[in-house]
Design a protein around this ligand. Sequence first.
Ligand code: G6Q
Length: 551
Amino acid sequence: MGNDVPLRNRTAWAQLEEHAAAVSPQHLRDLFAADPERGTTFTAEALGIYLDYSKNRIDADTIRLLLELAEQSGLRERIEAMFTGERINVTEDRAVLHVALRAPKGEQILLDGIDVVPAVHEVLGRMGEFADSVRSGRWRGHTGEKITNIVNIGIGGSDLGPVMAYEALRHYSDRDLTLRFVSNVDGTDFVEATRDLDPAQTLFIVSSKTFTTLETMTNAATARAWLLDALGDKSAVAKHFVAVSTNTDAVAEFGIDPMNMFGFWDWVGGRYSMDSAIGLSTMLAVGPDQFGELLAGFHAMDEHFRTTPFGANLPVLLGLLTVWYVDFFGTQTQAVLPYDQYLKRFPAYLQQLTMESNGKHVTLSGEHVDYSTGPVYWGEPGTNGQHSFYQLIHQGTELIPVDFLGFTHSLNPLPAADGATHHDLLTANVFAQSEALAFGKTADEVRAEGTAEELVPHRVFEGNRPSNTLLLDRLTPYALGTLVALYEHSVFVQGTIWSVNSFDQWGVELGKVLAKKVAGELSATTEPALHHDSSTNALISRYRTARQQED
Ligand code: G6Q
């Protein structure tokens, strides 16, 4: 499985180093001038996604060598290993089968000799029945009222996907339902999410794979108290709480009937779980049919990834280009800029997906890497970002590769001035930004505009700043599924090249353990003996003193 040859010893790596030295001084202006077909040659299209990667600092040899690196890194075998249920998450001894969550009925995916697809569809069926009963008003609250508010309580992978998907698919959602998401243990999150809700009409979904997560369990207990405070009867919990989890015992102990629990499995990683039962809030919002469309989009991208030759394979190309910039241009961040207001939470979602997956400094076999791995992903929807941080992308000293996401059709077509539409103006900005980044404006061009000499350096755009443009038709549930799966698999490609385990997250453990200890010290009734460093000791003491004064 994978490749035991260290990354720097793979032959394509040395060739890429040499090649990068020749390509990096070249300007995109010259690369485009030398090849009039470039803008259509360096493109790939599948499942309604048109990827233009021509505005990257690459030539045909770059792609050839990156594809060789993928082969030498065992990408082909790793993809098969994932899709066939091998335990590729070696540090947790788990299979990685989020692709099974969107496998159509009748497809077979074996884990330890057992087909997991029927169990996936059994849960999907139950979710569908539940969603229908809530949406139709058959499911009633404790006092007989219709449920009009859904509050998902979860954090990390049990929150970011559902929030992102809800926002992304709002256009398709039942507008009579109010959806809220509570994740932070900061009480403000719960208070603000529920302050205008009527408990008698509110359903909580407690989403937690482990059902032990501090934030989620704290918020769930607060939610139960909020409900019982209003409805006064313990049996109300049955009508106002459902759970999404893998931990039946803990769900029962919390007081939720396991009949009202929707399960998933240890082979679904938190950040890869939005199309498991963790997507229940999404299904409630858009209904089972649209949720099915979302899954179909995911599945189509899974198939594309598994079967398409690497040179035309969208996740492979995107993943390799990220590796190219991180390791051969020293870039540390990757911007993702969706030109669609509905995708406003997409960058936040991607941050977890990418950074929790590939923010690793040891290889699968535990060696410290001697190359850079996962970059920082960040972004905001356009055009808003243009009036804020784009300055640095255009004229700063950091090289920041960008993914622009755009659509040819708006879900809210509105006319604007001079025969244009809002959407024309939005899309004009996508194309203009990538053009400006790539080609910039020379000093001579600035002078030719009559600019005073002392202002010329300020108004020069060096250009040569790389970007991908992903152009889709319109934001449908299917399109969203393809887009998310595209990035999931791009992350997998990067992780494979870097030989890291993209599916564990040990880096979040230490802080959790320390927080537990500190929490005890903050709330202790007698002065605790503090054995931290002098900074942490002083902060704890200061907080305790302030608390005592307030009490
Ligand atoms: C994701 C991580 C993490 C996880 C949360 C919530 O890959 O594992 O973000 O999703 O810590 O965990 P629970 O679902 O168990 O509450």
